[in-house]
Design a protein around this ligand. Structure first.
Ligand code: UDX
Length: 436
């Protein structure tokens, strides 16, 4: 049965939630405080880069299941029977999640409401936040407001696929009628449902991202050891991943994880643990390892070349992963300043990533411009264009005996070497030792 749904916040999570629920047949109102965003979305243009989202957006606008509003005329008419909160929880300077937007929206909704509704928290909030919001805001409302914690597990670039084919839906609530409403909202999604209390649902979100980050930092440590002992990380990852208890996913070694979630959520979980008097030693190590990985290109290029002064280096990729324009916490943001600081002339190429001020580095419009005259290329993002590059043509443009540092272990070393270049990577059979 179609429900009247409101989604507050049309950022990444909110917009995906809104268009997908409209596509499922619900009657959805998305609300954002930025009029320019609302105008753009009303015109059928997506404010985020996400494959397939614009089609669903246009479909929802056309069939009338989806509309966009600002709260200028007051919150009350905008509140749906199910109202999602999907506003940002950016990282504060101390590593904690900044909850000011969440508190402001929840308070506004609780004050404005003149009839009962169900509030659903999609924003990633620290454990205990749901309880605090209920006590501080919802309990003071003149009407009864239910509360469900319903964290998201969407990957950028694959958000629509993840929405409809998720491994699980997590619902944290103490109220069985609210859980029933949520299950009817997601009736068309075939996934395991984890019904739990609010604090556990909040913890599941942080624990999931912390565990995935741990897998990445673990395989990166193993890769670093592989380099020292002359082993091959690809074989090692396959060999351990085929044990079903471990699993093959998230065992790709490289220059570390980035993006809007893993760095923020691992630091926030460490912060929350510390607040509760717990020293999360393992998580701290995961974060430390990640902060070390992005330094590898500069360290190994310096080892191999002796000096990077005035050496032109092509940085291939700026986005934190392919198929997104998102540069938040991308390893490139650490790599480029290190190379520039070492005196290199850095030329960055990325097919779509947002322009980011990176002092002293040049941004090129084609990959060939970046490679022209370069003594080294660093692969930061495994874009298809980079993976399938004509490396012979690249070698012709670059200086003799140039180095390709494959920070994502995404190239075939033989192709690069056959083009006459030196190949370096992360844990791939000691490639940089033998070539140095
Ligand atoms: C992640 C989670 O996957 C998702 O469930 C959560 O809701 C949000 O955070 P996302 O940030 O879109 O999604 O990216 P993801 O594809 O998980 O990759 C994150 C980072 O880890 C990227 O920088 C990627 O390059 C890196 N990574 C991933 C590795 O270095 N090795 C791997 O094996 C996998």
């Amino acid at each position: 049965m179609p429900l009247n749904v409101t989604v507050v916040g049309t950022g990444y999570v909110g917009l995906v939630t809104g268009v997908c629920l409209a596509h499922s047949g619900h009657n959805v109102t998305c609300v954002d405080i930025e009029p320019a965003k609302v105008e753009m979305l009303r015109a059928g243009r997506s404010t985020i880069y996400e494959p397939g989202i614009e089609e669903l957006l246009k479909e929802g606008l056309k069939n009338g299941n989806l509309r966009f509003e600002t709260p200028e005329a007051g919150w009350n008419p905008l509140i749906g029977d199910v109202t999602f909160v999907a506003v940002g929880t950016p990282m504060a300077s101390n590593g904690a999640a900044d909850l000011s937007a969440v508190h402001a929206v929840v308070e506004d909704l609780a004050e404005a409401a003149d009839r009962p509704f169900l509030m659903v928290m999609k924003s990633t909030v620290p454990m205990g936040t749901g309880e605090t919001l209920c006590q501080r805001h919802l309990s003071k409302s003149g009407v009864s407001i239910g509360y469900v914690s319903n964290p998201e597990f969407l990957r950028e670039g694959k958000a629509l696929e993840d929405w409809y084919h998720t491994d699980r839906i997590v619902l944290g609530s103490a109220n069985s009628a609210d859980l029933t409403t949520m299950k009817s909202l997601y009736a068309d999604i075939d996934a395991a449902i984890v019904e739990t209390d609010i604090a556990s649902a909040e913890t599941i979100k942080y624990a999931s991202n912390a565990f995935l980050s741990t897998k990445i930092s673990f395989i990166n440590e193993i890769a670093n050891v592989c380099d020292l002992v002359g082993a091959d990380i690809d074989s090692v990852a396959k060999g351990i991943g085929l044990d079903k208890r471990i699993g093959t996913e998230f065992l790709k070694a490289g220059i570390g994880y980035g993006g809007s979630c893993f760095p923020k959520d691992t630091r926030a979980l460490d912060f929350i643990s510390t607040l509760h008097g717990y020293d999360f030693t393992l998580l701290k190590a995961v974060i430390d390892v990640n902060n070390r990985q992005y330094q590898l290109p500069a360290v190994h290029l310096m080892d191999a070349l002796g000096d990077l002064n005035d050496c032109r280096i092509a940085v291939l990729g700026l986005a934190f992963k392919p198929d997104t324009d998102d540069v938040r916490e991308s390893p490139a943001l650490g790599i480029v300043p290190l190379l520039v600081g070492a005196g290199a002339r850095v030329a960055i190429y990325d097919p779509i990533a947002a322009d980011t001020p990176l002092g002293g580095a040049e941004r090129t419009t084609t990959i060939w411009e970046a490679l022209e005259g370069a003594c080294a290329a660093v692969v930061v993002t495994e874009w298809a264009e980079v993976v399938n590059l004509d490396w012979s043509r690249a070698a012709d443009l670059m200086l003799d005996d140039a180095i390709v540092f494959d920070g994502r272990n995404c190239l075939d070393p033989r192709t690069v070497q056959a083009a006459g270049m030196r190949y370096m990577a992360v844990g791939r059979a000691g490639a940089h030792r033998s070539e140095a």
